[in-house]
Design a protein around this ligand. Structure first.
Ligand code: GLA
Length: 396
């Protein structure tokens, strides 16, 4: 039996099939799991995500004809655009670019703008993508394709953009080319990840600090329980939650919910309708939990953060109302089986939960989640371990 190809090898093979040329280089960027700090990014608050070991890979070769062509293992039909057309490609909503290709081409479009590059000074490219980041699991396959593309273009076009600027390019692509109104967390996590560490990001100042996680040393594993329930940020509740937060901030007279503290909550409760108040309370308490988690990780290590993860989940379930029964089931089953903490991760309305689990209980927790899903008649979840890993970069 032949070994299945890795995603990196698949990207290189796909490029060769497309162009008959060998790759001139290979880049990759990881998906992410968010340890804590949900929906706080677009409220200019705090987040603590980490890059995972699953990555999106891109193999690239130059072309002499001023065309940028992208192809992926998900859709074998290449999409091509003339370099000259790139700067205005996403100016109109009817651009006709297939959704997956709007990620890499949106990054090319935003990178050219960010670097102030003239298309005439750039070379045409073939870019072939393959990924082992689960799609729709809330692990940000989108930031992975954006980060891989941004890294490759920065090198191949010698744009000289910093990792943070490349994260902003990725976010602009996602917001304006793809049309998903997300914050900056995922792109920063994917660009700046470090092994065994999370990225503590202040989403207002964009200052980052690497925070050691020390899971291995503490004998812990971080399990992902992917519910298989699909979510969509572009439609659905994400946009609505954003609007509620903006409404709450305006009603309370602050630029962003980041500017409120726990002491402001009684005033918020008196002024706001019940739903908006609970949305606001989630953001205010979640920002606090991120700061507490960072402090506890630094002072006492990861064995002591479980309670904060549990409180975060309760706040998303009851106040922000972005959980679904499958996510609650996963969290409850994991806790009953001995997880120190568990919470849904990502935008919500489906996707995955994470559970912080002592090594010896890994299988017991995974089995408990599978059993709890079976008992309720849900399709089996996909359970796997994620490892805090390095961020985007060149591999070959
Ligand atoms: C999605 C978005 C992020 C963030 C999370 C919720 O992953 O892409 O910007 O808002 O949801 O924390």
């Amino acid at each position: 039996m032949t070994e299945p190809q890795t995603a990196a090898a698949q990207a290189t093979t796909l490029l060769r099939t497309l162009t008959d040329a060998a790759a001139e280089g290979a880049w990759s960027a990881p998906g992410r799991a968010n340890l804590i700090g949900e929906h706080t990014d677009y409220n200019e608050g705090f987040v603590l995500p980490f890059a995972i070991q699953h990555r999106t890979h891109v193999a690239a070769a130059r072309r002499a004809d001023g065309v940028v062509r992208v192809v992926s293992t998900f859709d074998p039909i290449p999409v091509e655009v003339r370099l000259d057309d790139l700067p205005t490609l996403f100016d109109r909503p009817d651009h006709g670019i297939p959704e997956w290709a709007a990620y890499p081409l949106g990054v090319a479009w935003a990178a050219i703008a960010a670097a102030g590059a003239a298309p005439g000074a750039l070379t045409g490219l073939d870019l072939a993508f393959a990924s082992d980041v689960a799609i729709g699991a809330g692990l940000s396959s989108s930031a992975a394709i954006e980060g891989a593309t941004a890294s490759a273009l920065d090198d191949l076009w010698m744009l000289g953009l910093t990792p943070l600027a490349l994260a902003q390019v990725g976010r602009r692509a996602e917001n304006e080319a793809v049309g998903a109104p997300t914050g900056i967390m995922d792109q920063v996590a994917s660009m700046l990840g470090r092994p065994d560490a999370a990225t503590f990001l202040d989403c207002r100042t964009l200052e980052t600090q690497s925070v050691d996680l020390g899971f291995d040393a503490a004998g812990l594993r971080l399990l992902v329980i992917d519910t298989g329930v699909s979510h969509s940020h572009a439609t659905g509740g994400y946009r609505e939650r954003r609007a509620s937060c903006e409404f709450g901030a305006a009603a309370l007279g602050v630029p962003a919910l980041r500017d409120l503290t726990i002491d402001d909550l009684p005033r918020a409760e008196a002024l706001l309708d019940d739903v908006t108040f609970r949305r606001v309370r989630h953001i205010v308490t979640e920002n606090d939990r991120v700061l507490d988690t960072v402090q506890i990780l630094r002072e006492r290590g990861p064995l002591a953060i479980g309670g904060l993860l549990v409180a975060s989940h309760a706040s998303m379930r009851d106040d922000f109302e972005i959980s679904v029964p499958e996510l609650d089931t996963a969290v409850e089953a994991a806790l009953r089986a001995g997880a120190l903490g568990a919470r849904m991760t990502g935008g919500g309305f489906g996707g995955a939960a994470i559970a912080l689990v002592p090594d010896a209980l890994r299988d017991a927790v995974a089995d408990a989640a599978v059993q709890a899903f079976a008992d309720r008649g849900y399709a089996a979840p996909h359970v796997f371990t994620v490892t805090p890993s390095r961020g985007a970069g060149r591999d070959a």
